[in-house]
Write a protein that binds this ligand. Structure first.
Ligand SMILES: [Zn+2]
Length: 532
């Protein structure tokens, strides 16, 4: 406690400039340290949200338990919650307050197929074989945002500060399935700033062009003619042949695409059984590139290849946009303000147990010299001079509609495999809880920067208008009538939901989810786990 007070005093001192704005800044710093203390007092709520969402383990478009649970918390805290926004049943839009600025906090909530994994143990043990799990860590971001919002709301109410706080989820982020639709349907009109949060293994923010790609996710559906595979196959026209020829053509074409592109596909329907010529088959592609024009160009190439495959096989083809993500561009003024808060707040104090667990996971994943959890801030990342390829996030579409930043907070362990069960191992442990609490402090203090002072809101807006969108305009990859792919993952969740329900975290009976599971954190060697 003494140490914390000393740190806060030091932190306050770092903000105090000379001159006439002294009083204003010292008020702001008082409010910031108040928000930080208030967030520390919500440790229990943070842990419960993270552990609950971990136990729900829901895939994209099927986050209904997550929605029910979080909407209840938000309504109990005077937020008005609209469910099913933008025609997406598991989405919501929660708002509190009135007037400007309107600050919208977002974070993803969906899990990863087949990533079911017991938390807090340093070895592979699925909770349910084949089930989804939080192998990305999307169970932690809503806790960051809700706790930050509650701390700031309390201050705004008392101080009579105008402003509106919005909380929204990234539904089906793993399918890049909703944020472009939110933007298309006007949810972000009138929003002044979006503070987005994403799980990571350090505490950082970036501005300008971000590393990674944007993409179009598109499914091609071929229609042919069924026939007996042995009796009279000449009467058939195989939709699967079209899928295979399309894939072959794309794989030849790869050589002549720009090396920074990334593209991958799965055959989402390969027919029913071998003795029936497949009359229906489909293939689902992610077409990624570092620029919007690059994505559009490659998508046109793919479209031609699909039409070619249809011509070659006498089948017909149609397509459906499943997801979209614009290459991201983040707001410089907000990122700089956020980075100042990051430097003052710093990384969590990891325990020996946390470090031991992290190193055990890194060793499990093949590290020769496990580094453990980060103890030094990685620092702000400025606008990329040269693009770097990689993954995508549909926050890109929002970043071209509203001044936006993404805070990456340290709830996971570095050096693990992404979209993989190893990335679920720490996500219901003290590492996830501490990282989220730290992230919430950064979000709350940055919200106060925006609420207290319209200078930052105005600077953010002028960067957005005069720099970001001065010579690049947003032209969405989805059209006005493309529906969201809300049926995705329905079958998988129908299979696993009853099994997952038995393992839902019961916070009325157990202090933590690890307690409920009977795990002695950090459990480094395989032991028979006796569930409590
Ligand atoms: Zn993610």
């Amino acid at each position: 406690m003494v140490i914390r007070k000393a740190l806060i005093a030091l932190w306050l001192a770092s903000f105090i400039p000379g001159g006439s704005i002294f009083a204003q800044n010292s008020d702001l710093n008082d409010l910031k340290s108040e928000a930080i203390n208030s967030i520390d007092s919500m440790q229990k709520l943070t842990q419960e949200i993270i552990d609950s969402l971990f136990s729900f383990a829901e895939l994209g478009f099927q986050e209904f338990e997550t929605q029910r649970y979080l909407a209840e918390i938000l309504e109990a805290n005077d937020f008005s919650v609209e469910l099913g926004v933008a025609g997406i049943p598991s989405a919501w839009w929660a708002s509190w307050g009135s007037g400007e600025p309107v600050i919208a906090l977002g974070s993803d909530v969906d899990g990863i197929p087949r990533a079911s994994q017991m938390p807090g143990v340093a070895y592979r043990q699925p909770m349910i074989e084949g089930a989804p799990g939080h192998g990305e860590g999307h169970n932690s971001g809503q806790a960051v945002n809700i706790v930050a919002a509650l701390a700031v709301k309390e201050i705004m109410e008392r101080e009579g500060l105008p402003g509106t706080i919005v909380l929204w989820p990234g539904i089906a982020e793993e399918l890049l399935g909703t944020k472009a639709w939110y933007a298309r349907d006007g949810l972000f009109e009138g929003v002044d700033a979006v503070l987005f949060t994403h799980v990571s293994n350090n505490l950082s923010v970036s501005w300008g062009k971000a590393r990674g790609t944007g993409l179009v996710s598109v499914e091609y559906l071929f229609d042919g003619i069924a026939a007996h595979g042995a009796g009279d196959p000449w009467k058939g026209r195989s939709a699967l042949d079209a899928v295979e020829l399309m894939n072959i053509a794309w794989n030849y074409r790869r050589e002549h695409l720009h090396p920074l592109q990334r593209s991958h596909y799965v055959i989402s329907n390969g027919g029913d059984q071998p003795n029936v010529v497949p009359s229906s088959a489909s293939v689902w592609y992610f077409i990624r590139e570092v620029t919007a024009d690059g994505i559009r160009g490659n998508f046109e190439t793919l479209q031609q290849i699909a039409e070619g495959a249809s011509l070659m096989t006498d089948t017909s083809v149609s397509r459906r946009i499943v997801g979209a993500a614009y290459p991201r561009h983040f707001n410089r003024p907000i990122a700089l303000a956020m980075d100042e808060n990051i430097q003052n707040i710093g990384l969590p104090n990891w325990s020996e147990d946390d470090q031991q667990f992290a190193k055990a996971l890194q060793t499990l994943m093949g590290a020769d010299e496990p580094q453990g959890l980060a103890t030094e801030l990685s620092g702000i990342t400025p606008d990329l001079e040269e693009p770097i390829s990689g993954g995508s996030d549909d926050i890109g579409d929002i970043s071209w509609n509203v001044p936006t930043v993404t805070l990456r907070y340290p709830s996971n362990v570095r050096g693990l495999q992404g979209h993989h069960w190893s990335s679920a191992m720490a996500m219901a442990t003290p590492i996830a809880h501490k990282g989220a609490l730290t992230g919430a402090k950064v979000v709350a203090t940055t919200m106060l920067d925006l609420v207290q002072n319209d200078v930052l809101v105005n600077e953010a807006q002028s960067y957005f208008e005069d720099v970001q969108t001065a010579d690049e305009q947003y032209t969405p990859f989805i059209g006005p009538n493309d529906p969201p792919a809300i049926e995705k993952n329905e079958n998988i969740m129908a299979e696993f939901r009853p099994l997952l329900e038995e393992l839902h975290y019961d916070s009325t009976r157990y202090e933590t989810y690890l307690d409920q599971l009977g795990i002695n954190y950090p459990q480094l060697t395989p032991t028979e786990i006796r569930r409590n």
